[in-house]
Ligand binder design. Structure first.
Ligand code: BG6
Length: 610
């Protein structure tokens, strides 16, 4: 997945500076390579190279590029290795056309061959270059840039968004076909970008775009058109209330630590939103469906596993957790009108999830309920309904507060559903919802405060560990997987998350003297988990425990440092709190290893590719 930004200005000549300033907010979308195409007096100056935006800016003085309009692109490599030639933006056959894209062209190979056959000079192995050539091709045929952009989409298959301009024309055009795109109108500038954080430094007057739409930027306005027939759509800017500083670190060394510390507020905010909204439609969608799937990727999937335990425990409802890419091959043929797919995606753009959304909508069987954070995202617009995660922008690539928001949403919906379908006594439902609202924020803060130093100390003892397991049972199944994912993502260690009762069926063979195994448990399940701890202890493994303090558990940790104790709470709140020590452990271990947890190698915040 990548990040594109296009800006047209009335009076500026410092387009490079403002493109870099805005694009830097998209760093989480890609840092394999960066480039800027700046236009001044009809001449395009295009500079690009491998590295993060700061590295390439320093190397090529991107910020010093002159002009009144231009396009910048941050790349996360898919088609074509991360090289200078494959970096974006690209020219067309000549420097008359310039542009950049985000997403994937599924017909890349055949279309590239077709263009070369037709005499186009294709310089890279990056699919984004073909978007510019497609416009070049149709401009040759029509002599009109608007039509050329509109018709270019006919040649391109896949999910993508791109911005393109012609050197001697003042407009910049952008197309949304499956990847995110949002526009903004400032005083004397207009902007189009893959994500809101790069628009906010210029303006909070935003225009959300939907698939199949294109936008034309002039220096003072943004016009939206339907690609199919070129019809102009009445799309007025609306004021975004997302705090521009959400994309700043607020004094923390890394966005990840900031976002972990935002979780108490997230608990308040998301519960405030849920309580303020009519959940009836969401609950009805869940209750009326005969088959319920919870489809997600990465941390969202792990939160979904936690959700399935809540739906079982509080509502007596079976919700099947499925990894996004699995859904089609595993359940695609079982879809019918009574199927509900809860599509959980903080970005609302993850391609694996978009594929499921399109599958369900394509055969018009079943309903989709999004659980989504990014307002204006494709999932938000295209699902039958959506539950807002209301946790503000998450900038750090590893998810923390969005995972937390999702877990809280599932706990809340499960309690409400249990009350609605009679599985849960209304008084119990009300008691639990009240706990979520009145105790969870403070308990979250207390857990952060209490486990900060514990995790810092424990992390130091794990810097030489290259391989470990993180095991959960019952409610902490998804929690342990999330802890393992965090360590994999930002410590570059192999940490496998799995069910603790399954460990003895094979993986136990890895345990030797001092081999570390983390056990995450709730008080309700510790009697069972102790059996699994014993199986490791008996083979002299190192057992690390995450959970409330219990003498029976304390007996199995060789030293204090191996017990990440979370504050006592209601048994149903504990699974929400147990993830916090794991988030912080992975953070401090990452920093101890000299890694930037916000920008782990090879990864990206939003993967809009298959
Ligand atoms: C990965 C991110 O690319 O996508 C993870 O690095 C995230 O942090 C996963 O959990 C799923 O993203 P989303 O937006 O669908 O929740």
């Amino acid at each position: 997945m990548c990040g594109i930004t296009g800006i047209v200005s009335k009076d500026r000549d410092n387009i490079g500076e403002v493109l870099v300033r805005c694009s830097r907010k998209l760093t989480y979308r890609g840092y394999d390579s960066v480039g800027v195409a700046a236009v001044r007096n009809g001449q395009v100056d295009l500079r690009k190279d491998v590295g993060t935006i700061d590295v390439v800016d320093k190397l090529l003085n991107l910020s010093g590029m002159k002009g009144d309009r231009g396009i910048a692109q941050l790349r996360w490599a898919t088609y074509g290795a991360p090289t200078k030639a494959n970096a974006q933006p690209h020219y067309g056959c000549t420097a008359d056309f310039y542009g950049a894209h985000n997403g994937n062209l599924h017909n890349y190979a055949e279309y590239r061959a077709e263009l070369i056959e037709a005499g186009h000079i294709v310089r890279s192995e990056n699919d984004g270059e073909l978007c510019v050539h497609a416009v070049d091709k149709y401009y040759e045929e029509t002599g009109d840039m608007f039509e050329a952009v509109r018709l270019s989409t006919r040649d391109l298959k896949g999910a993508f968004a791109y911005a393109v301009g012609k050197a001697d024309e003042p407009e910049i055009y952008a197309v949304k076909m499956g990847s995110s795109l949002v526009a903004g109108v400032a005083e004397g500038d207009t902007i189009v970008s893959s994500d809101l954080p790069s628009v906010l430094p210029l303006t909070s007057r935003v225009v959300y775009l939907q698939d199949g739409e294109m936008v034309v930027l002039t220096h003072d306005d943004v016009k939206v058109y339907r690609v199919d027939d070129g019809k102009q759509l009445d799309r007025q800017p609306e004021i975004s209330n997302v705090d521009a500083h959400a994309a700043e670190k607020g004094g923390y060394p890394h966005f990840m630590l900031k976002e972990i510390n935002e979780q108490p507020t997230v608990a308040q905010d998301v519960l405030g939103v849920l309580n303020g909204r009519e959940c009836d439609n969401w609950l009805r969608m869940i209750e009326d469906s005969s088959r319920k799937y919870l489809v997600a990727c990465g941390s969202s999937y792990n939160a979904g596993i936690v959700g399935t335990y809540f739906f079982n425990r509080l509502a007596g409802v079976s919700v099947v957790p499925v990894i996004g890419g699995q859904f089609g091959p595993m359940y695609g043929n079982t879809l019918d009108e009574d199927t509900l797919c809860m599509l959980v995606s903080q970005s609302g753009e993850t391609k694996d999830i978009m594929n499921v959304l399109n599958l369900v909508k394509g055969i018009s069987k079943g309903k989709t309920l999004g659980v989504v954070n990014v307002i204006g995202s494709t999932l938000m617009f295209q699902a039958d309904d959506y539950v807002p995660m209301a946790c503000g922008y998450e900038v750090s690539v590893p998810a923390t507060k969005t995972y937390f928001s999702q877990s809280v949403i599932f706990a809340y919906l499960a309690a409400k559903l249990g009350e609605r379908n009679g599985f849960l006594d209304p008084s119990e439902s009300k008691r639990f919802v009240n706990l979520l609202e009145t105790e969870l924020p403070a308990l979250t803060q207390k857990t952060i405060d209490k486990t900060g130093i514990l995790t810092k100390n424990l992390a130091r003892t794990l810097v030489d560990v290259k391989d470990l397991y993180c095991l959960g049972y019952g409610f902490t199944d998804g929690v342990a997987r999330e802890g393992a994912l965090k360590i994999k993502e930002i410590c570059y260690n192999h940490c496998e998350g799995m069910y603790s009762s399954e460990f003895k069926h094979g993986p136990l063979s890895i345990v030797t003297e001092d081999y570390p195994v983390i056990f995450v448990t709730t008080p309700e399940d510790s009697w069972m988990v102790i059996n699994h701890i014993n199986e490791v202890k008996a083979r002299h493994g190192r057992t690390i425990v995450v959970g409330e303090f219990e003498d029976s558990l304390n007996h199995y940790v060789d030293n204090k440092i191996d017990y990440l104790v979370v504050p006592r709470s209601d048994p149903l709140l504990n699974p929400l709190l147990d993830v916090i020590p794991l988030q912080m452990l992975s953070y401090y271990l990452s920093v101890d290893l000299g890694i930037n947890p916000d920008l782990p190698r090879n990864l990206s915040k939003t993967l809009t590719v298959d």
